[in-house]
Structures are given as C-alpha cells and as structure tokens.
Write a protein that binds this ligand. Sequence first.
Ligand code: BG6
Length: 511
Amino acid sequence: MAEPGDWTNPLRDERDKRAPRIAGPCSMVIFGVTGDLARRKLMPAIYDLANRGLLSPSFALVGFARRDWDTEDFGRIVHDAVREHARTEFREEVWDRLCEGLRFVQGSFDDDTSFEELAKTLAKLDEDRGTGGNHAFYLSIPPGAFPTVLSQLSKSRLAQPDENRWRRVVIEKPFGHDLDSAKQLNAVVNQVFPEESVFRIDHYLGKETVQNILALRFANQLFEPIWNAHHVDHVQITMAEDIGLGGRAGYYDGIGAARDVIQNHLLQLLAFTAMEEPIAFTPAELQNEKIKVLSATRLVEPLDQTTSRGQYAAGWQGGEQVAGLLDESGFAKDSKTETYAAITLEVDTRRWAGVPFYLRTGKRLGRRVTELAIVFKRAPHLPFDQTMTQELGQNALVIRVQPDEGITLRFGSKVPGSGMEVRDVNMDFTYGESFNVSSPEAYERLILDVLLGEPSLFPVNDEVELSWRILDPALEHWAATGAPEPYESGTWGPDSAQAMLQRTGREWRRP
Ligand code: BG6
C-alpha cells in the first residue's frame, strides 16, 4: 500500500500543503559566481535543497563570470563551498547528481558572444537534461552592472518567457541608494522583466523566526488584542553585529548602516510587526498590507534628537583589541560612512498612533543579536507598597530572530518570601527545545521559492520605494551634519543613541 506523502499515492490530496514543495525542471544562472555571497550562501543552499530532495533531478546550475575557469574548475569551487558552508551533511550521491548539471560560461557582461554562448549552454541543457526552458537569472553583482546584464539577457532573448516556460530574475540589494535612484533602477529592471518575474532578495524574510512573527500574531488569540497603542508603550527593533568591516570596504564605504540594513531588513521587520491581518495568506494580500503600513510610516522629528549615527573606533571585542573603521583597509582616513544608525518612527494608523518604533543597527557592538521587542505600558495602578515593586520593569514580548532563536515573555512575579515583593521573570520558548529539526537557511527557502515562482517573501517595488521614502529625510539630514559620532568597539553605540530614548524617559534594551 502506498505510504502517505508518497507522490504515487492516488489518494494523496493535491491541496495538502504539508507535502514537500518540490521545484520542477529548471536551471539557475548565477552572475557574480566568483563573489562571496555565491560561495558562502548560494551554492551551499542549492546543495542543501538538492540534499533535501527539493530540486528536480534535472536541475542545472550555470556559473557566469570573467574568471578563466572551465566547468571542471567551477565544479571544484562549488564542491569546496558546499563542503565548507552547507547546512546538511555531505552525501556523495547527491553531490554527483548535482555535479552533472553544473556548467560554467566564461565571459564579460558587455560581450555579446558570451551571452550567445550562455544561450547555447542553456538550450543544450534543456535538450540534454530536460530543464524545460525554465531559467532563473541570479544577479549577484553590483547594481551598476544591472543595465548591461539585463540588456544582454533581453538581446539574447533569454529574458523572454512563453506560455510553457518561465524566465525570472533575482536581484540583491542595494536597490538604489535613495528613492530617485531606486526608481531609476527599477525602471531598468522592468524594461526587461515584468514585475511578477522579479524576485528581490531580502534574506531576513527567509528566516524562520521572521516568518514566525506572522504565525505568532495571526494564528493565536492571545497577542492580537493587546497588539496596539492601548497596550504597547513602544517597539524596539535591534540588529546588532559584533563583526567589523575588514574586507568589505568596496561594498560598504559610502553605503553605511542605514542603507545596508534599515532600508531593507529592519523596515521589513517593522512591516511584519505593525501590519494588519491580511484577508488571506496570499502573496498579493500580504504585499497589500505591507504596502499600507509602510505608507503610514514616517520619521519622528526633530531628527537631530530622534536619530543617531555612529562609526566604530578602536576597542576591545571578545578579548581582542580591534581597529576602528578608519584603520580598516580600503576606507579613507576621513570616511564619513556610518557603521551604526538608529531612527525613531511612528505609524500613523489608529492601531499605532503615538507608539514610537525605535530601529537600530550597528557593527562592532557588544554582541551579535537581532531581536524585536514589544514593550508594554506599565499597569495603570499598583496596589502594592512602592518599595516592593522597585525591581518591576515593563512587560515585554521579545522575538529573538537570532541567535538563540525563540520568544521570551517578560512579566512581574512575586519573589518567594513573606512580603509581596515583585520582580521581572522570563517565560521562554526556544526553537531548539520545541522542534527537533534545524531550520533551513534563509537562502535555501528563498531560492526554492524563486524556482517555485512563489513571491510572498520577496518585497515588491512599491515596498522598496516606500522604504526609501521613509529613510531619505534621515539620510539627507545626516549628509548635512558632517561626520558620524565615534563609539568604542564592543560597546552599544554612540551616546546620541542613548540620548535618543532618554528624551522620552525610555532606554534601549541590553540584549
Ligand atoms: C546583510 C548586510 O544584508 O546582512 C550585512 O549587508 C550584514 O552587512 C548581514 O552583515 C547580516 O546577515 P545575518 O543573516 O548574518 O544577520
């Protein structure tokens, strides 16, 4: 008898969403295959998907780069990347199958013949392996190179879908450096690929803990009734990193923390936290709600008091002495690039009126942690002796995106003893204890969704533009106010960040 979940089982319900989602025949071309992202994230994620049986046996991966490699060299590079960075165990038979579908095309972006060669390679794969003419083009390249590559894809007719075969493009941030440039960039992309074929990667949306914000809010009765301005005092969204920027000057100098992280990851976290419940869990309805909430979001002024911008100076981290940004290689001695940014936002809706959302991110901070804290108002009245509640803080629900993935609820509890002394305690959920499977990497989930044509976790252009509209005034303000404030590596950022909350009697959490 056929087992449940068996694809040959005639009784299997096609609508059973618990059945694994397996991508159909297709190939993926990576431009920028010699880069760090491809090696550390993309290639390992593709192997992990293959290992989990989620790719079609005919799947093909094509690398395109200027490097003087052939397919064999490319195979070695992918192999090493997989051995070093894959999440799941290495299995020879999976690797061998994946390896059969690897190809490398050597060429430069402005050379027509390289793209003819790419088209031939893909056509041959369609013929030999049955990839069905379905191709995803992953642009893991600087946005400056987008127009050239896109026009080549168009010229060589590789961007052209038809009824029976799809063509998709995957793009990585930065999606512009302000609203105007984002609009221009998008116009370039949409000239070649229609919006429904464009998949913009925000890898935070691929994280289980981020998707779980929606489950927490909309699958439970417990939280939603208090998820509003009547009960919430403020929200803190933190993405702190302990690493510095050694080796990343090429990308980061001139970009800075706000463009690198707030414009995308943190504003997406805010959207998930503040949006209304979508009327259905479909890509269009999810996007609608995110667009609505981002349209209602604005910076709180005056910006010299409600924002903060810093740059790490030398200091101690993890027992080691580390250099300041200005001494990292590749950064100019007078670089004004910020490595820390914090802003205050408000969401002008009935649900959130008057509730500040504080967003902060930085490099070389006290420790690596990304969390979202909903901090509740104090009880309107305490019947206890004041001395007994001195150690009672505000209730908080903290979603730990990483590390120690989970959720903590903080509330007051009686300290055992004869008096009514009340102190904060934590109630904890951790993924590790509740589920005995390790979570897929963000890129695993997102690459699979690209191949399945499932757009829910990819911000649409309107979201990107709205995010720039929110952030632009802060960027302009900072550009007009000179250098960022230095902070010692290993601390929690510049003094102005502390002052930003203190002005309303609040303080940042120390995660
Ligand atoms: C990237 C940023 O988007 O996210 C990096 O460009 C940052 O600067 C990285 O280090 C952090 O990602 P994660 O998944 O390690 O939190």
